[in-house]
Design a protein around this ligand. Structure first.
Ligand SMILES: C[S@@+](CC[C@H](N)C(=O)[O-])C[C@H]1O[C@@H](n2cnc3c(N)ncnc32)[C@H](O)[C@@H]1O
Length: 186
C-alpha cells in the first residue's frame, strides 16, 4: 500500500499525455489509483490500460473499482488487456508505469519503451535477482550480470552494508538497484 501511495504522489503526467499503461499490472492498482488522481485533478487522461497475461486479474480489477469513489467513471476509463509487454506498442501520448515487474521484465520493458514514442517511463523495480540466470545484457559477462542481479535484491536487506552496496554498481546496471527508475525523453 505504501508503494502505491508513493507512486500516486510521485507520478506526474507529461504534457500531452492522455493515456496510462500499467504494465505487468496484475489487478491494476496503479492504473486505477492514477486514473482517479487524474480525474480528481482534472488532468486530461482518457484511458488507462492494465496489461497482464493472467486473465483472472480482470475480474479483480473490476471488483476494486466497484468499491472506489467515482467507480463508474473509473470503469469507463480503465481497461484490462490480457497480454505480455513484449507485444506492446506505446504511443507518444502514453505514460508507461510498472510496479514490481519481476525478474528481467523491467529490462524487457525498458527495451520496449526505448523503441517507442512514449515520453515517460516509471518503474518500481522488483526481484531483479530472479533474472540472474537469464542471458546477460548491457555488455556484461554472465558472472558480472549474475552478481549485479543478486546485489540489486539487497536494497531490501536489513543489513546497512548490503542495502547500500549497489552504490558501487557501474552506470550500465545501476538502475536495477534503484527502487524507482524514471526516465523522460527530451
Ligand atoms: C510481482 S507481479 C506485480 C503485479 C502488480 N503490478 C502489483 O504490483 O501488484 C508481476 C506481474 O507480472 C505479470 N507478468 C508476467 N510476465 C509478464 C509479461 N511477459 N508481460 C507482462 N506482465 C507479465 C504477472 O502475471 C504478474 O501479475
Amino acid at each position: 500500500m505504501k508503494e502505491l501511495q508513493y507512486l500516486f504522489n510521485y507520478v506526474e503526467f507529461p504534457e500531452g499525455c492522455d493515456e496510462i499503461y500499467d504494465v505487468a499490472g496484475g489487478a491494476g492498482d496503479v492504473a486505477i489509483a492514477l486514473t482517479l488522481k487524474a480525474y480528481i485533478e482534472r488532468q486530461p487522461i482518457k484511458k488507462a490500460t492494465i496489461v497482464d497475461p493472467v486473465s483472472e486479474f480482470e475480474k479483480y480489477s473490476e471488483l476494486i473499482m466497484n468499491y472506489m469513489p467515482f467507480g463508474k467513471q473509473l470503469k469507463e476509463m480503465v481497461h484490462f488487456q490480457e497480454g505480455v509487454l513484449q507485444d506492446l506498442e506505446f504511443s507518444q501520448n502514453a505514460i508507461v508505469i510498472a510496479k514490481h515487474p519481476c525478474g528481467d521484465l523491467a529490462d524487457n520493458l525498458i527495451e520496449r519503451w526505448l523503441n517507442s514514442d512514449s515520453p515517460k517511463l516509471v518503474i518500481m523495480t522488483c526481484c531483479q535477482g530472479k533474472a540472474q540466470d537469464r542471458n546477460p545484457r548491457y555488455g556484461l559477462s554472465a558472472d558480472e550480470w549474475k552478481k549485479l542481479c543478486k546485489m540489486s535484491d539487497w536494497t531490501n536487506s536489513q543489513d546497512p552494508k548490503k542495502k547500500t552496496a549497489w552504490h558501487g554498481c557501474d552506470d550500465r546496471t545501476g538502475y536495477k538497484a534503484c527502487r524507482i527508475f524514471a526516465r523522460s525523453k527530451c
